[in-house]
Design a binder for this molecule. Structure first.
Ligand SMILES: *Cc1c(COP(=O)(O)O)cnc(C)c1O
Length: 401
């Protein structure tokens, strides 16, 4: 496969009418090695952040052996792409058929749940044809925790309340080989303290239920870098998590797991878009809310941008974007900083779109086609290059919202 040095070489070569996804295998490989070497436990990749088979193989080749899957389609995809991977089915609401296929055909032994009904479903769907129950299940009870320290909440949909957790933990203990507790602090957790409050809830749940816990899974939420969102170093998160894990009332052999999505793949991709029209400080570009820029539109996420033209002379100004569909909601307020004389026909690179970018694309309104190419340059930001200013020691610390 041809590898371009950088985005502007792609524009020169292709003058693309459609958006182009730029993938950086070296950046995903670096993130995978970082987690594999430095997280004090097992890191499983949350496939929903970016299910691209190329990416799954890069992560596998660089030390990620476990994959967090949430649907039977993800189970099949990962099993066929990285046949020897360990799959963990971490969606707390599954169909009986999906559980049975995952267990009996794809070797999945790890499942999460947050209700008695789901426990009964898992026990029934994994029994053999004589009705004998499986004795090799790892079952993780999902606990509801606060999303107050994260940019995107995952607190309202899943997870059992601490007050109700003891009976479910005790019942689950009866049906599994290994019992775990998992949670998700919300995506893009801007401080390690997010995990402290969650692990305190885990401690309370274990004490209340008086059960032996074999696995503590701290979920996803590990951040990446975006405009206005400069997190502390990931080592700080790992250190805090490890310390609080070690202090839990669990056996010496208990395992620590995590489920990073964003942190493993945000740096993997950027996107080339073209300005099709300018109206004042609004740029009409050819990707948007129904494409790889879902988060830019729906939760006003800010991504770094740069113009790929060398004839622009004006200083930077704030722009908002419209996407290509005919829907008013296809709007991204930004602000995105670009040269003041940018105009129709100019190309822009939008960075840090490896997570929840291409994965969100739809074909709405006939848009959504995008070629993918490889580039060799660095992502616009990196948590792994070692050259980023540590926000703890800079004097304009970004607030930890
Ligand atoms: C989405 C999700 C993840 C990954 O979250 P990130 O914030 O991308 O790290 C991990 N675990 C579960 C159960 C999820 O739903």
């Amino acid at each position: 496969m041809h590898i371009y040095p950088e985005a502007s070489a792609v524009v020169r070569d292709l003058s693309p009418d459609d958006p182009v996804i730029l993938n950086r295998p070296h950046a995903a490989a670096r993130a995978a090695r970082f987690f594999a070497q430095k997280f004090p436990g097992t890191s499983m990749y949350a496939v929903k952040a970016n299910p691209s088979p190329d990416l799954l193989q890069i992560l596998w080749a660089n030390g990620i052996t476990h994959f967090d899957v949430a649907s039977i389609a993800e189970v099949r995809l990962v099993r066929s792409t990285v046949p020897d991977a360990t799959l963990c089915f971490m969606h707390p609401v599954k169909t009986a058929r999906a559980i049975a296929e995952a267990y009996h055909q794809h070797g999945v032994r790890t499942f999460s749940l947050d209700t008695m009904e789901e426990l009964e479903k898992i026990v029934a769907a994994t029994a053999d044809e004589n009705g004998t129950q499986a004795d090799d299940l790892n079952l993780l009870v999902r606990l509801r925790v606060s999303s107050d320290y994260s940019e995107l909440s995952l607190a309202s949909k899943f997870g059992i309340d601490l007050a109700d957790a003891a009976p479910l933990l005790q019942a689950t203990r009866q049906h599994c080989d290994a019992l775990g507790i998992c949670f998700h602090v919300g995506s893009q957790a801007m401080t390690p303290f997010a995990y402290v409050q969650a692990l305190e809830r885990v401690r309370a749940a274990i004490a209340e239920a008086a059960v032996t816990v074999d696995i503590v899974d701290v979920g996803g939420g590990f951040p990446s870098v975006y405009p206005g969102m400069e997190p502390p170093p990931l080592e700080d998160y790992f250190g805090v998590i490890h310390r609080h894990f070690e202090n839990l009332p669990i056996s010496y052999s208990a395992e620590l797991w995590c489920e990073p999505g964003r942190a493993l793949c945000a740096e993997y991709s950027s996107l080339i878009v073209r300005v099709e029209k300018r109206r004042g400080d609004e740029l009409y570009i050819n990707d948007g809310a129904y494409g790889a820029l879902f988060d830019a539109a729906h939760v006003a996420w800010r991504f770094p941008v740069r113009a790929l033209e060398d004839d622009l002379v004006e200083g930077e100004a704030d722009f908002a974007f419209y996407g290509p569909t005919c829907d008013d909601a296809d709007f991204m307020k930004g602000p995105f900083m670009l040269p003041g004389d940018i105009q129709a026909g100019d190309y822009i690179e939008i960075g840090m779109l490896g997570a929840y970018g291409a994965a969100m694309k739809t074909a709405f309104n006939g848009f959504g086609t995008a070629e993918a190419v490889h580039v060799a340059d660095e992502p616009m930001e990196s948590l792994y290059r070692g050259d980023r200013a540590d926000p703890r020691v800079s004097d304009n610390v970004v607030s930890l919202r």
